[in-house]
Design a protein around this ligand. Structure first.
Ligand code: PGA
Length: 260
């Protein structure tokens, strides 16, 4: 696509505690310093541990350009009386420069609708974050061959209100294609399907934004591991991976990062 770097993101979800996550990041940094992978790496810890992980990166003198931090979720509101929420600007206090929006667990477990996702995308981009928008079909939608229809709807509803912002800086949005049925199941989409859907996402982005979108990264997510990463990352229009389960194992995650 271009000479941009691959982005490999670790979505730790709601796992671990201070002790185990410190161990995980320390081990990962040790392996990272040996392997020196060329990709950009992003860690998305549970928000309450952002400061802990940031301090570990600082302690080990890892440049935030090489290993960035991001928020797994942000509030659709800037600030105010929204009990339990985390504003995008708060995450900046911990050097976050990425956000994850529209993850299938937010959509399906917490019933986030497309209006909320669109608000989050806009707020996140406005505040200068690189915003990873997740899209993907359920098993039923896959079986009824509605994948492309679903993805087009999710892209349109999330991006239309931010189109002008994205047009002026393509770096501000990243799409993660994550088939819902592939997340945490050990099943990945076929290489043909990944190639096809990623191409379709590019075409759809060009139509929605009315401009060439070759420089917008598209990540694949859904049961990416150290054994399948290389074959997925080599596909055209695949610019990185969003990794859940396998990112909780420092050896597996460094192997994924080193596979391109
Ligand atoms: P998984 O999760 O790698 O465990 O399938 C991916 C994700 O949810 O981002």
């Amino acid at each position: 696509m271009n000479n941009q770097k691959y982005l490999i993101a670790a979505n730790w979800k709601q796992n671990g505690d201070a002790k185990s996550l410190i161990r995980l990041i320390n081990n990962f940094i040790r392996l990272y310093k040996k392997a020196k992978p060329t990709c950009d790496i992003l860690i998305l810890p549970p928000a309450i541990y952002l400061e802990t992980i940031l301090n570990r990166l600082k302690h080990h003198k890892v440049s935030r350009k090489k290993i960035s931090l991001g928020a797994q979720n942000i509030s659709p509101y800037q600030n105010g009386a929204y009990t339990g929420e985390l504003s995008v600007d708060m995450t900046k206090d911990y050097n976050c420069n990425y956000t994850l929006v529209g993850h299938s667990e937010r959509r399906h477990v917490f019933n986030e609708d497309e209006k909320i996702i669109s608000k989050k995308v806009r707020l996140s981009i406005e505040s200068g974050m690189q915003t990873i928008l997740c899209v993907g079909e359920t098993m039923a939608e896959y079986n009824s061959k509605s994948t492309k229809k679903v993805i087009l709807r999710q892209l349109k509803s999330a991006l239309v209100k931010s189109a002008n912002l994205i047009k002026s800086d393509h770096n501000k949005i990243i799409i993660a294609y994550e088939p819902v049925w592939a997340i945490g199941t050990g099943k990945t989409a076929s290489l043909d399907d990944i190639r096809d859907v990623h191409g379709y996402i590019h075409n759809s982005l060009s139509k929605i934004l009315g401009t060439k979108t070759n420089s917008i990264k598209i990540l694949y997510g859904g049961s990416v591991n150290n054994l399948n990463a290389a074959s997925i990352l080599v596909l055209s229009n695949v610019n990185g991976a969003l990794v859940g389960g396998a990112s909780l194992n420092s050896k597996k995650f460094i192997d994924i990062c080193s596979s391109i």
